[in-house]
Design a protein around this ligand. Sequence first.
Ligand SMILES: *Cc1c(COP(=O)(O)O)cnc(C)c1O
Length: 348
Amino acid sequence: MIDLRSDTVTLPTEAMLERMRRAPLGDDGLDGDPTVGELEAAAAALLGKEACLYVPTATMGNLLAILTACQPGSRALLPATSHMATSEAGAADLARVVFEPIAEDGGAIQVDVLERSLARPAARVALVGMETSHAAAGGTVLPLGHMAEVASLASSHEARTHVDGARLWNAAIALGVPPAMVAASADSAVLCLSKGLSAPVGAVVVSDDRFVRAARRIRKTVGGTQRQAGVVAAAGLVAIESMIERLADDHARARLLADSLTRVESSAFAVSSPATNIILVDLSDGAPDSNWWATRLCKLGVAVRPRGPRQLRLVVHRHHDDADVEAAVAAFQTIVGTLDGTTNASSP
Ligand SMILES: *Cc1c(COP(=O)(O)O)cnc(C)c1O
């Protein structure tokens, strides 16, 4: 099976498993786990921030950022289709914070809408969020100038800026800059270690000392303090030491896949031009819907993720090679062949 559903399916490398076996361990809820400490120091340095907190998931990292930055009754302004606004909206309930969606263009919040929202005489805005790369927008990368502008607007209203950078590594590679430059305008950022970087679990929150101390206390409250977490943090260390540069291969292969799919020349779908490792396939009105495509592709050995009735998401990662790209394109071609033979494509 060529699994294009997500880069979360990537498995740990041999180097990770070896480092996990040798990792010095301690109790991270008592006097600390040395491998977790090493990962937190390395990630803070790599991202140009004072401090770092290791968390089980990026979702928990974002929740801790909300709980740390926002007082109950305050507002958090988030890009309308961001992961935080859509898949993690339960955090608003837990933190008793109002999540206010801000309209986007290609994953970037509309600055004029943000300005109006900040200026509204409503509850105080405690936090302004961004996401890069932006998953729902198709792995798009925020321009650094846009990020700086948003952060400066937020800070002029005494709001903190939080970047959900689950795939910030991909953004840095696409921009050709160090990850610290992408995180520069963020007061806090969350980065996932278990997507393209292939660690089995884990994410990091980076920010200033004070923020991370507060988030560390709240992590205990939500049950995120793990004892000998060095076993998995060891894989995270290998991830940030040796798995970032290779994301360029995923991006190149995503472009190859998108270009090849474009050459299939079917009126049934249109393919996005990927900035990173995510490709969106928009299905034409009247053509079969996303579940139909996902089922047919699955039978041909290609797993994709339907996103709503008219879109498929394809994510390229470490377990794919050029032959997989060819095979995936051939599967689309096969299905298109059967479509062209039907007069009513929507009821095959
Ligand atoms: C995957 C993802 C998350 C959640 O990551 P988990 O580690 O699976 O909790 C958050 N934000 C974005 C943008 C993501 O893509």
